[in-house]
Write a protein of this length. Structure first.
Ligand SMILES: [Zn+2]
Length: 291
């Protein structure tokens, strides 16, 4: 599974994988507004992100250690088998174990948003009961997602059968914090509302000793979107807001030379936005990483 660790200032970040899969929706449906030939330059630039007419996608999660806190960002698809992706099972717990991280060390689980590939390991079912997989953690989500994902009309349109087991169970157990505004998780880690992909989508900005990185969640799902910020995928719930947020974040990370962490890009998803002949591109940030 590899070992991908980055230290920025005094903060340590560990890239984790729940799985890498060929997403079972053809590109022309997943990216309905993008002409098939428009992918060509990006097929050459980012070959690991395609499998024929499908997208190959990493399901990444991140562990951030800052000022004595251990924060897990997103929890993958979960134990499975996951029907929507052909019965695959998530590997996050095995990956954590291989990196010698115990579930009880995690004191905060931060959910960038409530799609099924980000909340799966929130709970584990034992003897028919959903119990928190991270027994000492409080979980955090934005109010706008908490509201939207429980609305019948949105449930009917997108289908979120995992919500009760993975999210609402946490509320019943009293371990879910629903937040309405940006806030600091530590003196170095701030969570920011970055809506569009979902109404309550959030990103995580880390700043320590003059260095910065942004764990951007699903603002960017594919590296081509760094160059083509108008491209929205099927799962972006509000295309206009998603595009606006994408442009705003790209401007911010470029102006402030912020490293970018992308959970659906090839592992470990560490990189930066560079400019070549006036256009922005994603560049894998191997120099940032200690193997
Ligand atoms: Zn996602």
């Amino acid at each position: 599974m590899g070992s991908f660790r980055m230290t920025i200032g005094a903060v340590e970040i560990l890239a984790l994988t729940d799985m890498n899969l060929v997403f079972p929706m053809p590109l022309k449906e997943l990216w309905a507004q993008v002409a098939p030939e428009a992918w060509q330059p990006y097929r050459e630039k980012y070959p690991d992100t395609f499998a024929g007419d499908y997208m190959r996608i990493e399901i990444g999660c991140y562990l951030v250690r800052s000022q004595g806190r251990t924060i897990l960002i997103d929890t993958g698809y979960g134990e499975g088998p996951i029907a929507s992706i052909g019965g695959l099972r998530g590997q996050l717990m095995a990956d954590l174990a291989s990196k010698k991280v115990r579930p009880d060390e995690v004191d905060r689980v931060f959910l960038s948003h409530l799609h099924s590939d980000h909340v799966g390991w929130n709970t584990t079912v034992r003897e028919g009961q959903a119990i928190p997989t991270f027994p000492n953690a409080r979980y955090m989500v934005h109010q706008a997602d908490w509201d939207a994902f429980r609305k019948p009309e949105i449930q009917a349109r997108f289908s979120f059968p995992y919500m009760d087991r993975c999210v609402q169970s946490l509320d019943r157990l009293g371990v879910l914090d629903v937040i309405v505004e940006d806030r600091d998780l530590t003196g170095e880690v701030r969570v920011l509302h970055t809506p569009g992909h979902t109404p309550g989508h959030m990103s995580v900005l880390v700043a320590s000793q003059g260095h910065r990185f942004l764990i951007q969640g699903d603002v960017l799902v594919h590296p081509a979107q760094v160059t083509e910020p108008d491209w929205n995928c099927h799962f972006d719930m509000d295309w206009e807001a998603a595009t606006q947020t994408r442009k705003r974040l790209l401007d911010l990370v470029e102006a402030e030379r912020t490293a970018v962490v992308s959970c659906h890009f090839p592992l470990p998803g560490f990189g930066q936005v560079i400019r070549v002949e006036g256009r922005r591109y994603w560049q894998v940030g191997l120099a940032l990483m200690e193997k």
